[in-house]
Design a binder for this molecule. Sequence first.
Ligand SMILES: [Zn+2]
Length: 353
Amino acid sequence: MEIQDLNQEIRNRYLERMEPKSPQELPASWYGEDLLYSGKGNAIFIILPTPGCAHALSASGGCTMCSYIADSPLEAVSPDELVDIFKNSLNRFDIKPKTVVKIFVSGSFLNEDEIPREARDEILKLLNKEKNVEEVVVESRPEYVTEEILKACCSLIPDKIFEVSIGLETSSDYIKEYKINKGFTNEDFERAVSVVKNLKSDYKIASKAYLFVKPILTSEKEAIEDAVASAIYAEEVGVDRISFCPATIHKGTLMEVLWRRGSYQPPWIWSILEIIKRVRSLVKIPVIMDTSGFGTRRGPFNCKKCNKKLKNLIIQSNLDQSIPEEFDCECKDRWVADVEFSNITRSNTNLNL
Ligand SMILES: [Zn+2]
């Protein structure tokens, strides 16, 4: 069975069982500390209920680790409703100086089939009125990153940095195709980043690469090596920032199926620490490590004694971009053994459902 068919089958089975969610149930927003281009500041995160990632909805079945489709409403939300939801989410917070607003649409903000132009324009106009907002961050697959759309966005928020985050996941086209089912290649990514770079002389625009740590069918050691190589590549291509997303098991994904069978484990937090140490000394641009899901049953895990301490150490190092200090715990030997001796072929990787 091909990975695309398998992915689609798992997704369809999950969607059949899933209770449809109304658009009102889905939106969420929260507030936190974050690292801005100008230094430490605050972030407002807003999730909008859009139809969901076009790639996940297509015959490809989407990426092997992603459950965006399950986070999307099954009924359409009108542009006016989207703008209202955004406005209400933003108004929940007292916007302090040095704030970044991150808009998540469980897909591509720049795809007009997911977020109609009129809604996109209104949202950006609202943000333009907020003088304490320094940066606006959105996500998009590379195919929607065009000069025309970027100019349209940037011209509505001329004094703010507009950052486009692209889920590159890995610099290996092999892993993207056979382990993630990403549906694009490095060439597509390079084209999108060059569009952003070419607009830098006229607009405050930036790009970011999301890198995924430990796709399915990947050993602990391979995951570390791939993450480091991918960060070096992303910097060479010319992104302004890197954000690592260590694997967490989401519902209705091929990753979840393999995990339930004992054929996949999220990375050790030790591996994440190793990646940060190496990447911070090898690349010059800011590197953020996402710590959501750390220490949970479905996320990166060490042991109950050190999960939390290491998570806090990593959060701190995100804010000051330092290399975390040495740390030890009795679970470290097991990680070392896993990195040195584990081989994914020992697991049951038979993909037949
Ligand atoms: Zn430990």
